[in-house]
Design a protein around this ligand. Structure first.
Ligand code: 5GP
Length: 182
């Protein structure tokens, strides 16, 4: 007989109201920083899609949008240390004020890689906005310009973040406690 699958436990870390408030503040800050300018947001698929869709509606500027995708974590909760582009931008960013929008900054490998790729395309400026940041696990020096929340070094899901493609639809951000051995 197959052993029963042990349950995965979710513990709420950031409630939907706190996320909503913080995203509104970030939108106001970005609006003030780029007043009178056109802005281009680049969302990193798929995790940043929910954050980006809320953030863009809090920015009171002329703003355009594009997406890029990288492969990193795959089906595991641990970083492979490898980053590769799996979907490129649709449009040129040359001469544009751009903000790279990420869900979470962990080791920094993903953002460091994307900054390198994007700077070669000569944007007028390139900033980084990340909803979450785990400062304790950084291996690459990356200084994000906008950070939603600093969080402890735990694996989180919800509000766009997944574990093996699940939990992206949770409204809160939760710590996922996996059964031993996974
Ligand atoms: P980094 O390259 O900075 O180590 O990791 C960035 C990417 O790793 C994120 O875009 C995200 O896909 C994944 N990641 C890092 N930490 C977590 C986490 O706690 N939960 C989830 N769901 N993904 C994470």
């Amino acid at each position: 007989m197959k052993p029963a699958r042990e349950p995965e436990h979710l513990r709420t870390l950031l409630r939907r109201n706190a996320i909503e408030r913080r995203v509104r503040q970030l939108g106001r800050q970005i609006t003030a920083d780029f007043r009178g300018q056109r802005l281009h947001l680049i969302g990193v698929l798929k995790g940043a899609s929910i954050f980006l869709s809320d953030l863009i509606r809090e920015i009171r500027l002329e703003v355009s949008l594009d997406f890029i995708a990288v492969a990193s974590y795959g089906q595991s909760s641990r970083s492979s240390g490898q980053v590769r582009l799996t979907k490129d931008l649709d449009n040129s960013i040359e001469g544009l004020h751009t903000i790279l929008v990420e869900d979470i900054l962990d080791t920094g490998l993903t953002i460091a890689y994307l900054q390198r790729v994007l700077l070669q395309r000569k944007p007028r400026s390139l900033r980084v906005a990340t909803l979450l940041s785990k400062a304790a696990t950084r291996v690459k020096q990356v200084r994000p310009d906008y950070v939603g929340f600093e969080i402890p070094n735990e694996f989180v899901v919800g509000y766009g973040l997944d574990y093996a493609e699940r939990y992206r639809n949770l409204r809160d951000i939760c710590v996922l406690q996996l059964p031993a051995g996974r």
